[in-house]
Design a protein around this ligand. Sequence first.
Ligand code: PAF
Length: 287
Amino acid sequence: MNVYRAETIEAVRAALQPRRHQTRIGFVPTMGALHAGHARLIETARRECGCVVVSIFVNPLQFDRADDLARYPRTLDEDLALCDALGVDVAFVPAAGEIYPVEPECTVDIGRLGEHLCGRGRPGHFRGVATVVLKLFAIVGPDTAYFGEKDAQQLAIVRRLVADFNLPISIAGVPTVREPDGLALSSRNRRLDACGRRQAVSLYAALQHARASIARGATDPHTIAAEAAAVIPGGENLRLEYLELVDPNTMQPVPRVDGPVLAAGALWVGDTRLIDNVMCDPARAGG
Ligand code: PAF
């Protein structure tokens, strides 16, 4: 393997030191279980930067449930092989004790950006995300960091983190990669059985319904969301946690759709929680 595996902060900093100021450092933070969505992030970084760093770290601070953390898929050997195949220079694979030698006293307060969508159902989740992202930025010191648009609320929080803390890092959002039927790629999809996999695509269908309503001129967010939610079939195995229309920058619900909005949802398929979103623009034909 050509990819250099760094397990300590010291090792990753030492590996990047000679490259810094000579080339752009592109950074893709991940929790592993890499799939084609991550590959798209890495390929984008590879095209734009002379040196590409991928971190693989399942961050305990962002899990609100111990069972979810325990069951999060871990596929390190395959992940490293993919990084190698995609020409990643450095894979940063720290143990939990390297990132959190002691429980942190100082964490990032993400304010109103975490009030809705996933922030409401997963208390403390985005505080954990923003805290580890800030730490990883401080360790890697990238020029550009790449995040998937599937995690739209996370992306909005990271953009705001960088702006509010004056970090000299550009944040690149990379479009969601989907299966042919529309299901957004996610590390959690591998937990679905065949029936759950068929049901899972109903979240995307519901979001597309919202998008079509907006394209036809609908403006009341509650009606749009309720009609979209009705697309999801009833049944014991499916539970819609939320489907909301929010401002794409502030992540606050809109009182009326009179500009671009993000339709975002979270669906439980059995005990697997999936999220997705689509941008809806009433000014553009087709939403
Ligand atoms: O999107 C993820 O995989 C994680 O939230 C991130 C950004 C790597 C932080 O742990």
